[in-house]
Design a protein. Structure first.
Ligand code: AMP
Ligand code: ZN
Length: 490
């Protein structure tokens, strides 16, 4: 039986969907004001595994993952500029051009990582009407107040009525109140802990919609409460996101849904842990990031070479989703070795000799693989079990163990299902990538030499043409004191 660690109880709990075989899962998607970094990708890969394993268990999963395209303000707070508007202002583009550009980029990266698309991908700007409706419901139920064209959730009133605000994130309410900066008397909020459901748009704010409270825009937490319950019902099974979203984002979601609907929405809260770089959380706002493209091209001083999307995926799955994971060139190189070793074993599996009897117990492996994933999606244990199973493959190949034709078929199906369907890895062999990159490297060295010769002959037209045409193909030449090197720009 599948057990899921529920952040709400702080324990692993047997998974009992509200309405089997259907499962509703909502995951907070990216704020599309910038390229997704590898940390974001890790969280989405973690939930891709949840989606895949639930589907493997024959649940009919409706997986909703949103696109945040309005309302997420700088510093994740109630004041400051909208992240998307800011980017639009700097780049002199329409906010929706920013949204489009980075949404497409996000989809491309997810496809490279072989993450399955969600069943529904709603956007915050596409649900303004529903968000206004939820604000009205919360106001009507008495848990919010209007102030100067904005609407705030009345956290103190909600807590005083006995609601467990702080339970999800494990925050102590008294500390929360004393730790929050006192209001300076100018604030529209009754209490510093109150959070915005709807914000009045200042004159220069471009992303704005008419509402009963005047022109404004929704608060960041609201969209997820609205879109999750719209598509999954007022109560649903799983809500996920990165650990950093527990507070305030998810704590506020819990409050909003119960204030609007009179019941908590989510049965299992799941939080994926952070990818770190140099021991610090990878984050767009601090610039401590590595972009997926930089890893695929090797175009970053942090890396000795390029690593493929599947090596990255394998690297991430070698850690449990609730553990932090630090990325380094060394760790990636080790993951690459492991991943290629697994791939080689899979190739051998399809060519094994068969016998009249089996000494290999396929059902044993099936139990082991299930046990790993049933234990809160424990991918590192599953990978360890897969490596153990490859020992049986080697023994059969070496004649120290035997397998019947039928068992071999089952064994192959089992291993392939867990590697390709459950872990979502794709075939990619060492030999192939190395042969391709060796050939490319050889061809580029020839071109670099031709260009050097053209430069020595002062044939600038030819040397520039070589550089420019390579650049148009995404290959950038760099002239340094030790000669010319190249990098792949995409
Ligand atoms: P954002 O685009 O900032 O709204 O984040 C999108 C998702 O990525 C959220 O679920 C975040 O919790 C998650 N996330 C952000 N930084 C990291 C990180 N360093 N490691 C793992 N997940 C992250
Ligand atoms: Zn969210």
């Amino acid at each position: 039986m599948l057990n899921i660690f529920n952040s709400l109880s702080g324990k692993k709990e047997p998974f009992q969907p509200l309405n089997p075989p259907f499962v509703g899962m909502y995951v907070c998607g990216p704020t599309v004001y910038n390229h997704v970094h590898l940390g974001n990708a890790r969280t989405f890969i973690s939930f891709d595994i949840v989606f895949r394993y639930l589907s493997y268990l024959d649940y009919k999963v409706r997986y909703v993952r949103n696109i945040t395209d309005v309302g997420h303000l700088e510093n994740d707070a109630d004041e400051g500029e909208d992240k998307i508007s800011k980017r639009a202002r700097i780049e002199q583009l329409e906010p929706m051009e920013i949204v489009q550009q980075y949404t497409v980029g996000f989809h491309n990266i997810m496809e490279k990582f072989n993450a399955l698309p969600p069943s529904i991908e709603p956007s915050a700007t596409g649900h303004i009407v529903e968000q206004i409706q939820m604000v009205q419901d919360i106001l009507k139920n008495g848990w919010a107040y209007e102030s100067n064209g904005s609407v705030y959730f009345d956290v103190k009133k909600y807590i005083d009525a006995g609601h467990p605000y702080g339970k999800l994130s494990g925050r102590n309410v008294d500390e929360l109140f004393s730790g929050t900066r006192a209001l300076d008397g100018q604030s529209e909020k009754r209490n510093p802990m109150d959070f915005a459901l709807w914000k009045k748009a200042s004159a220069e704010h471009i992303m704005r919609w008419p509402s009963p409270w005047g022109d404004g825009f929704p608060g960041w937490h609201l969209e997820c409460s609205v879109m999750s319950t719209k598509y999954l019902g007022n109560q649903f099974d799983i809500h996920g996101g990165g650990m950093d979203l527990k507070f305030p984002h998810h704590e506020c979601e819990v409050a909003q849904c119960s204030a609007a609907h009179g019941e908590e929405a989510v049965n299992y809260w799941m939080h994926a842990n952070m990818l770190t770089l140099n021991g610090k959380r990878m984050s767009k706002s601090t610039g401590n990031t590595l972009l997926p493209q930089e890893i695929f091209s090797g175009n970053n001083p942090f890396l000795s070479k390029a690593y493929s999307p599947m090596v990255l995926r394998f690297f991430m799955l070698q850690a449990h989703y609730r553990s932090t994971l630090d990325i380094s060139d060394k760790a990636l190189a080790a993951a690459e070795k492991g991943y290629f070793r697994l791939q080689e074993s899979l190739k051998v599996l399809s060519t094994l000799p068969t016998s009249n009897s089996s000494t290999v117990d396929v059902s044993h492996w099936k139990k082991r693989f299930h046990a790993a994933m049933d234990d809160d999606f424990n991918t590192p244990v599953l990978i360890a079990e897969l490596f153990d199973a490859t020992k049986d493959i080697n023994r059969i190949q070496g004649g120290e163990a035997t397998i019947t034709e039928r068992d071999l078929k089952d064994f192959e199906t089992l291993v392939n299902t867990f590697v390709f369907d459950v872990l979502g890895l794709q075939s990619e062999t060492n030999a192939n990538t190395n042969a391709n990159s060796d050939a490319l490297d050889g061809a580029l060295q020839v071109l670099i030499e031709l260009r050097n010769k053209a430069r020595a002959d002062k044939n600038w037209a030819l040397s520039d043409a070589i550089r420019d045409q390579l650049s148009a193909k995404g290959i950038v030449l760099k002239d340094g004191k030790d000669g010319t090197t190249y990098s792949l720009s995409s």
